[in-house]
Ligand binder design. Structure first.
Ligand SMILES: NC(=O)c1ccc[n+]([C@@H]2O[C@H](COP(=O)([O-])OP(=O)(O)OC[C@H]3O[C@@H](n4cnc5c(N)ncnc54)[C@H](OP(=O)(O)O)[C@@H]3O)[C@@H](O)[C@H]2O)c1
Length: 355
């Protein structure tokens, strides 16, 4: 085991878009766990857009803001190296916000909110969770994590589209959108994806079974969307907001449902992107429903069991985009926000050791 721990810390708050210079790499001595703590070694890091929100100096529903000099908070799967807790044994795989670093020392039984830190949605949730046996570690950060849960509950617990209805998915080649589109397809819906390049659109149709995919940069986005959904859109699964959501709002069917899952247009640019066409929601008697996967934790077991079965059977394909090594971490995150990733962007740091 290393005697020091390499870490990426927040050097400056990003001004709008995130840049490499907003982070600084450091190395600090690795401390041993104390009673009740575990020392974990990070194996896989998730590049989650939510992390950009924590870099601003404003409380977010999804967690407290980072301080300057803090290790960048990040969801990760790790292996327990040393345990001073009766709840975890060395060698086990765990998931938590272990951050942009090689190792982390965490309280095994700690819960969000214990220390008074603001994390409204997470209050009471465990800071460390066991990765179930048999689950490939990296899948716990995508389809068998928050992306999968959000896609599943959005479609199966909130919108419940009927076969033949038209579902449009934004950021459709992204971590959540690629799953939402495939789930809508399994429900027998007509699925239209909006993504950031011709190559991504081609992949959505050829590999993931979308009926149509449209490049969000097209000058004719609105016209193409009308052509793809001639009777209007019944369900929008939106992770983008901004201009892409506006295009969808311009073509709603009567009583359409708009699932407001994310706001990557605002998150990626670091500045609020307007949505101008809300009048359409009135004209079409549409429902707009913001939701969070964290509000459906009672459905997590059902969702993850079903998703695991779909992945196993090949019904759902998991798109992954892997960068490797500690040095690659900031850029992996930055260019995911800029649209360079296909599916879930992950950083691989290490393989688990067998004991
Ligand atoms: N409510 C929940 O429980 C929940 C759960 C998971 C995620 N989310 C939210 O959903 C959003 C997406 O998260 P994700 O993890 O699935 O990430 P993601 O879709 O993989 O995000 C990266 C992608 O965003 C797209 N993008 C960047 N700028 C955009 C813009 N201006 N307009 C449209 N698309 C843009 C890019 O794809 P293209 O260039 O191909 O468009 C990029 O590849 C985030 O806001 C996240 O916080 C919410």
């Amino acid at each position: 085991m290393d005697s020091s721990n390499r870490q990426w810390k927040l050097a400056h708050r990003p001004h709008r878009q995130v840049r490499q210079r907003d982070f600084v790499a450091t190395s600090s001595p690795l401390r041993s766990p104390e009673d009740g703590e575990i020392l974990v070694r990070n194996l896989w890091l998730s590049c989650a857009p939510q992390m950009r929100e924590w870099m601003d100096d404003a409380p977010q529903a999804s967690g407290p803001p980072l301080g300057i000099g803090d290790v960048v908070r990040c969801p990760a799967v790790a292996q327990v190296v040393e345990s001073r807790s009766e709840h975890y044994a060395a060698g086990e795989l765990v998931k938590g916000l272990f951050g942009w670093q090689q190792y982390a020392v965490v309280g095994a039984q700690a819960r969000w909110g214990d220390d008074g830190a603001l994390a409204r949605e997470w209050t009471g949730l465990p800071r460390v969770q066991r990765v179930p046996t048999g689950v490939q570690p990296r899948l716990a950060l995508s389809v068998l994590g928050t992306n999968g849960l959000a896609a599943y509950v959005g479609l199966l617990k909130i919108a419940r589209p009927r076969p033949g209805q038209c579902v449009v998915v934004t950021s459709a080649a992204g971590a959540t959108g690629s799953l939402a589109g495939q789930i809508a397809r399994t429900l027998g819906c007509r699925v239209v994806g909006i993504a950031g390049s011709a190559a991504k659109c081609d992949l959505l149709v050829r590999q993931l079974g979308f009926d149509v995919a449209i490049d969000r940069h097209s000058d004719e986005l609105v016209e193409q969307l009308h052509a793809a959904c001639p009777d209007g859109i019944d369900v929008v699964f939106d992770t983008a907001q901004g201009a892409v959501l506006d295009a969808c709002l311009s073509n709603l069917a009567k009583h359409a449902q708009v699932l407001m899952c994310g706001a990557i247009a605002t998150v990626a640019s670091g500045t609020a992107q307007p949505v101008l066409g809300l009048m359409n929601a009135i004209w079409k008697r549409a429902s707009l429903r913001g939701f969070s996967a964290y509000e459906f934790l009672d459905k997590e077991t059902e969702a993850l069991t079903t998703l695991a079965r779909w992945v196993e059977s090949g019904e759902i394909k998991v798109l992954e985009d892997v960068r490797r090594g500690f040095d690659a971490i900031p850029l992996a995150f930055i260019d995911m926000l800029a649209g360079a990733s296909v599916g879930k962007r992950l950083v691989h740091l290490a393989d688990p050791t067998t004991r």
